[in-house]
Design a protein. Structure first.
Length: 135
């Protein structure tokens, strides 16, 4: 019943393509259940841009919980000091920061139904393509 609200956010494909050109490992970490994730990806087919798709339900803990990050690191083997983590949830970004992820980026307007937020704790963008460095 919410399929019509699922869309790829402007600038996302451009950012994911840029990451591919940089030969970066790209992991989607979501609190969405696998069934919900499958529905979203059917409507917004971006899975080819990701090396892995991880649901917090796989670990039995949401991204706000430190055990999620420990399990994700065990499974994916990422280096927190060399990792960029992007999220629209400030509580999730705080959890990632507590875990030691060095590079954090906040989304200022998670939903077009709400106004942009001013985020001072971390660098922030509205659209992901704004994070692409200009050469």
């Amino acid at each position: 019943e919410v399929k019509q609200h699922i869309a790829i956010r402007p600038g996302t494909i451009e950012f994911l393509q840029w990451l591919q050109r940089q030969s970066k490992t790209v992991i989607m970490a979501t609190n969405a259940h696998r069934v919900t994730l499958d529905i979203k990806l059917a409507e917004a087919p971006i899975s080819p841009f990701f090396n892995a798709l991880v649901s917090s339900h796989d670990f039995g803990a949401p991204k706000e919980d430190q055990s999620f990050w420990h399990e994700l690191q065990k499974q994916q083997g990422f280096d927190p000091q060399r990792t960029l983590f992007v999220d629209d949830s400030l509580s999730v970004l705080e959890s990632a920061e507590r875990f030691g992820i060095k590079h954090l980026l906040a989304i200022t307007q998670p939903s077009s139904q709400h106004p942009e937020r001013v985020i001072e704790q971390w660098p922030s963008v509205n659209y992901l393509n704004e994070a692409i460095p200009s050469d």
